[in-house]
Design a protein around this ligand. Structure first.
Ligand code: NAP
Length: 343
């Protein structure tokens, strides 16, 4: 038995997921695709040698009889509509972030999933599947540095083509928002954003860098530098400071060279290289659990929490103040999926 997948959106990440499902992973095949750019969809089908039909639109993919499960990799503002339609059709759906572009949109998805009665939605927060983050979580969960007190993070990218407005917070920092609450088994209570001197190397009118301060329910303080025009590379840092020690996210492995009076090692430049293995693990685990009728990755609730937290960060940036992060109680529906939040 293979899982028959329909893909909505054959842009950059859609093509990447189609390639990995078709050529690297096991247990699934792409049987349907669509994109507003139909020609691109046909090109992908031909290039990857897929036995897949190109449909007129996302709704036709979702409703197609041969489609068991849906992957949504279209433009962010379309995600809510396609995820809601997948739930209505009773089909498991893997949606790239964002789950929806507003917290209200995410909440609608949560409510629809609960009303359906069976978990169907997974959100593409792939850092939870990254080997180095999993190693760090193992150390923290085992108490090797005592109870976490502080976390220092950096999210740096060489440049941010296409970034505008608050995308450093709503498009880049969202990955930290998700992975840090997973790492710490905790939830957020407040956000503050500090704006350092602006780099001259960002697009005109774009603030860069940002420092975001988050506080968790347990009182852990997290500071994250988000610097998306840092020039030198794609560099993700995370250090947990506990009562008895510190634990750092491992650096991506790379040869160290001693030569010509220098000790050097390469720095990655492309985010795809940093997380390429995580996407493989993420989708393989999604295929495996979907085949078993389970859903145990980042849930619709997690997508909602990220949206509420990102909104609080944007408000904190605008007001310069400390903004409370207020969430309704997590519905019991999600307890069995995502049992990491301590009471
Ligand atoms: P992209 O290259 O622009 O691809 C999006 C594709 O969806 C485009 O081909 C676009 O067509 C198409 N599209 C737009 N509206 C559609 C609709 N109604 N029906 C069908 N197709 C539609 O963008 P991308 O980089 O692949 O990103 C796609 C999504 O994945 C974004 O939400 C992004 O945030 C997310 N993403 C997540 C990660 C991660 O690390 N988890 C990484 C990359 C991207 P046109 O170009 O003709 O508009």
């Amino acid at each position: 038995m293979v899982l028959k997948i329909g893909v909505i959106g054959t842009g950059a990440i859609g093509q990447d997921h189609i390639r990995r499902i078709t050529h690297s992973l096991t247990g699934a095949e792409i049987v349907a695709v669509t994109d507003v750019n139909k020609e691109q969809a046909y090109t992908v089908v031909e290039r990857e040698n897929l036995n897949a039909k190109v449909y007129e639109n996302g709704h036709d993919v979702i409703e197609a009889d041969e489609v068991d499960a849906v992957i949504v990799t279209s433009w962010g503002p379309t995600h809510e509509e396609f995820v809601l339609a997948s739930i209505a059709a009773g089909k498991p759906v893997f949606c790239e972030k964002p789950l929806a572009t507003t917290a209200e949109g995410c909440k609608k998805i949560v409510d629809a999933e609960i009303a359906h009665g069976k978990p169907l939605v997974q959100v593409g927060f792939m850092r939870r599947y990254d080997k180095s983050y999993r190693q760090l979580k193992k150390v923290v969960d085992a108490g090797k540095v005592g109870d976490p007190l502080m976390v220092h993070c950096a999210h740096r990218a060489p440049s941010a083509p296409g970034f505008s407005g608050d995308m450093a917070l709503t498009d880049a920092f969202v990955h930290e928002i998700d992975v840090l609450r997973w790492l710490l088994n905790d939830d957020y209570v407040s956000a503050q954003v500090i704006l350092p001197r602006n780099t001259r190397l960002a697009d005109k009118g774009l603030q860069d860098p940002h420092i975001v301060l988050l506080e968790t329910k347990q009182g852990i303080r997290i500071d994250t530098e988000i610097f998306v025009n840092c020039q030198y590379g794609y560099d993700i840092q995370c250090q947990v400071v506990g009562e008895t020690g510190t634990a750092n996210l491992p650096e991506p492995s790379s040869v160290t060279i001693r030569s010509e009076t220098k000790l050097s090692t390469d720095i990655l430049v492309d985010w795809k290289d940093r997380f390429i293995d995580s996407y493989d693990v993420e989708l393989q685990e999604w295929i495996n659990s979907t085949m078993k009728g389970e859903m145990n990755g980042p849930s619709a609730w997690d997508g909602y929490v990220v949206a509420v937290t990102a909104d609080a960060c944007v408000k904190a940036k605008e007001t310069g103040g400390i903004v409370p992060i207020e969430m309704p109680e997590r519905p019991a529906f999600y307890d069995k999926l995502d049992a990491f939040i301590k009471a």
